[in-house]
Design a protein around this ligand. Structure first.
Ligand SMILES: Cc1cc2nc3c(=O)[nH]c(=O)nc-3n(C[C@H](O)[C@H](O)[C@H](O)COP(=O)(O)OP(=O)(O)OC[C@H]3O[C@@H](n4cnc5c(N)ncnc54)[C@H](O)[C@@H]3O)c2cc1C
Length: 344
């Protein structure tokens, strides 16, 4: 019988972020499938009461907290100490966390301290043949594997966006506090500020229902022998504003800035999709002015429905990588789409 622990932390406003709710929902599903399995929710932060109350209707056995101003910042020493203390206090055998930058940085070290094992970037957790199993992808999302492990505790980092978040009702929640003594050395690192992408508009929206991807074609000479960058910028930003889509890019396009060529200024390497970029999750994706090469399309693994607009009927998208390929001029198509989206 497993003892499951979900670890999380509130965001700046005190609420739990969607990836935390996705992990909690996965843990509740596990709990329901294994009779008698205990489920604990451990929260770390300056003040965690509001976060516990926001999921008060979930069937957790108990809420545990490590609180105080020194636990508000994402910092290895304090996060690891708090996570270790909570894991030990409930003798967790399965520890589930969102595979965010904060938890990924900390949990391998916590697994080492506990003598346990860890798997990150997990996309599903299930019970099969009496054992808990996880699913994850390897080789930049080209191969899928299902894993079971016998050593405990087993720490499982679940990729944000891979699972549903579930519904929760606010209510009173009793939180058992755990005291974690910290040495001065553990508080040595401090967060002095947050530096965000210099992009003038917010273009990366993980929760958007559509991903628009721009390829290098937007910057290439067109039929009239000229480039049309200002027009490309207006079309792409106009579409993002009207549709609230998230913006991705091919490696070629974001690399152009490094090579001193004319570029679209709102794109950075954070937008890059693919083998050396990200693998975002969205129900739909539309690729524009992009060739659809393998290292690029490997980042489209978790896009539900893929469409592409390219002038080249022989490009990679046409060879089975897109569900629908429009062999057309993206400048013309997207201008028409924008007119339709903004029509009164
Ligand atoms: C090890 C390795 C890792 C890589 N990792 C990545 C990665 O993570 N992500 C990534 O994106 N790439 C990656 N690449 C590069 C990848 O292989 C491609 O070279 C790149 O994605 C191609 O970018 P592109 O389609 O934007 O540009 P191009 O290949 O230049 O294609 C431009 C396209 O735009 C079309 N076009 C031009 N004008 C128009 C118009 N008016 N209307 C419609 N279509 C038009 C053209 O027909 C053409 O198909 C990697 C390569 C290697 C070797």
């Amino acid at each position: 019988m497993e003892t499951i622990l979900v670890l999380s932390h509130p965001e700046a406003g005190g609420a739990l972020a969607k990836p935390a709710l996705e992990v909690l929902n996965a843990a509740l599903t596990l709990q329901r499938s294994g009779e008698g399995t205990k489920l604990f929710v451990g929260l770390i932060g300056e003040n965690i009461q509001a976060a516990a109350e926001s999921v008060a209707n979930c069937a957790a056995t108990k809420y545990l907290g490590v609180t105080g101003p020194e636990f508000s910042q994402p910092r290895y020493a304090t996060d690891a100490a708090a996570a270790e203390a909570i894991c030990k206090s409930v003798r967790a055998t399965i520890v589930m966390v969102p595979a965010t930058a904060r938890w990924n940085r900390v949990m391998a070290g916590v697994a080492q301290r506990l003598g346990g094992r860890i798997d990150t970037h997990v996309t599903a957790v299930m019970v099969g043949e009496g054992a808990i199993a996880v699913r994850r992808w390897y080789y930049r999302q080209r191969m899928e594997a299902v894993l079971v492990r016998t050593p405990r505790p087993w720490i499982i980092g679940i990729d944000p966006g891979a699972l549903p978040a579930g519904e929760y009702v606010r209510g009173p929640a009793a939180v058992e506090m755990i005291s974690v003594p910290l040495s001065e050395a553990a508080k040595r690192t401090t967060v002095v500020g947050v530096r965000e992408s210099a992009a003038s508009v917010q273009t990366i929206r993980p929760d958007a229902s559509l991903l628009l991807v721009a390829g290098a074609g937007w910057t290439k000479k067109q039929a009239d022998g000229q480039t049309h960058l200002p027009e490309a910028e207006k079309i792409i930003l106009g579409f993002l504003e009207a549709s609230r889509a998230s913006l991705g890019s091919s490696k070629s396009l974001v690399d152009l800035s490094g090579e001193g060529q004319a570029v679209l200024p709102f794109l950075s390497h954070l937008n890059q999709i693919g083998q050396t970029g990200s693998t975002p999750r969205h129900p739909k994706g539309l690729s524009t002015c992009c060739h659809g090469e393998e290292p690029h399309t490997v980042g489209w693994r978790f896009i539900g429905e893929r469409r592409a607009i390219s002038l080249d009927p022989n490009c990679g998208w046409a060879r089975g990588k897109a569900d629908v390929l429009y062999v057309a001029d993206a400048f013309k198509v997207m201008t028409t789409v924008n007119a339709l989206l903004t029509a009164p």
